[in-house]
Design a protein around this ligand. Sequence first.
Ligand SMILES: Cc1ncc(COP(=O)(O)O)c(C=O)c1O
Length: 501
Amino acid sequence: MPHESAPNLLIRLDPASSVALQRQIYDGIRRAILQGIARPGMRLPSSRALATDLGISRTTTLLALEQLQAEGYLVSRAGSGSFVAHDLPDDLTRTPPEPLGFTPKAAHPPFSARGSLIAGTHPPSIRILGAPRAFRLGTPAVDLFPRKLWASLAVRRLRSLRPADLDYGDYSGFMPLRQAIADQVRTSRGTQCEAAQIFITAGSQRGFELLCSVLLDPGDLVWLEDPVYPGAVTALRHANAKIQPVPVDSEGLSLEAAVATGGDARLVFVTPSHQFPLGVHMSLPRRLALLRWASAHSAWIVEDDYDSEFRYRTHPIPCLHGLDTEGRVIYIGSFSKSVFPALRLGFLIVPADLVDKLAAARRVADIHPPKFEQTVLADFINEGHYDRHLRRMRAVYRERLDAMADALKRHCSGVLSLRSVHTGLHAIADVVGIDAEDLTSEALASGVEVIPLSAYSLGGARPPNALALGFASVPPAELAAGVERLAGAIDRVQSRRRKIL
Ligand SMILES: Cc1ncc(COP(=O)(O)O)c(C=O)c1O
């Protein structure tokens, strides 16, 4: 006769055993508690549910549970059931087993070489765990996001859920959201596109990964801005692409330098509205030259337009996609900066004939992003909240940027020199007289997050001795306090340097 098991506790009964069933249940639950499988405070199945699962009488399970209660392994709460006790009788004598995954002696096979390459792409320890702090990069003003409004839109959607809403959705994304995005980019980003060309992704990162896997074969050559956004590098390494770093000058990616490398790229990845991380925008002559080159060489251009919604003291710059007449540019947009990063929603604008292919290709990974979040975002945009939020945030970010710039002038002049900022949520500060990496380590040790530009280098050209400073995620007073701590870090690095010299 097969062994029966209780699904939650893995109790196995052997009906052929000479040990009574009641004892087997007692032993099984006690073992689960002592091995840390059933943790203190965990609710146990009721005697009735245990009896049904194990196919035995309720009296047997009841007696076993009562014995465990009497010995102090379980406590019963009236009306709620039995729970594993917090003070266990054998507690002092047992050492809880480490979960296997955390055992230093784990003897699993090694990570693959490709896995190690991918995992090693992101610069380590540049983010201190926990709430946003000065000068976190990539995080918008999550403190000012209209959470109550978002909650009310979500509750309204939840209340009106129909059975069909729980089924798989459109693989290309929720149509009303695609429509809302198409309307939005036509007016704000200066490009023509239909809702059918919009493909919703779980953030831009999933978009990069998907595009790399369908547009490139292993070994295909890709031109990449140097310095560069690490997310693009990870996706390209994942696709086994061959990366050619291309320097960035004051007009964006240097096409001349790229062509001089000799190889014919199959894809070029650019951030023309706001080069990441340097912050320059690609000039019109450079954009036109890049489009002409892509046309002559039958190459793709992937345009990452991640934070161009936020502009200060400058006119909007239409996106590269709007200049493309041949369907060579694929636009990647993200809601991580304009809404909030945990939403994990972004989109691609792709030639209409690619949408079905992408929809088929995404089935290898996520089928489609969660439908519910897409419906709430569609309402947020369609009811005018998105535009209102962006308008409000532009003013907030300008204020935060000014506060950071003022404080830097007061406390760090002579060492940190801020480049002018026209777009986005971060600034670049050139570092004079000390090493940006040394300063980063010292700043991190005092709880301030900064990133040296060398962290984004592909190793082609020597990166500027500079820091990237996010100014969006915390209020002006916190930014000013962060600058003072940064000034303290500068002092310590300078005095160490003086001692060495
Ligand atoms: C250059 C760049 N692209 C895209 C993104 C957004 O990525 P995601 O939409 O995956 O959050 C970021 C976020 O920091 C970024 O810096």
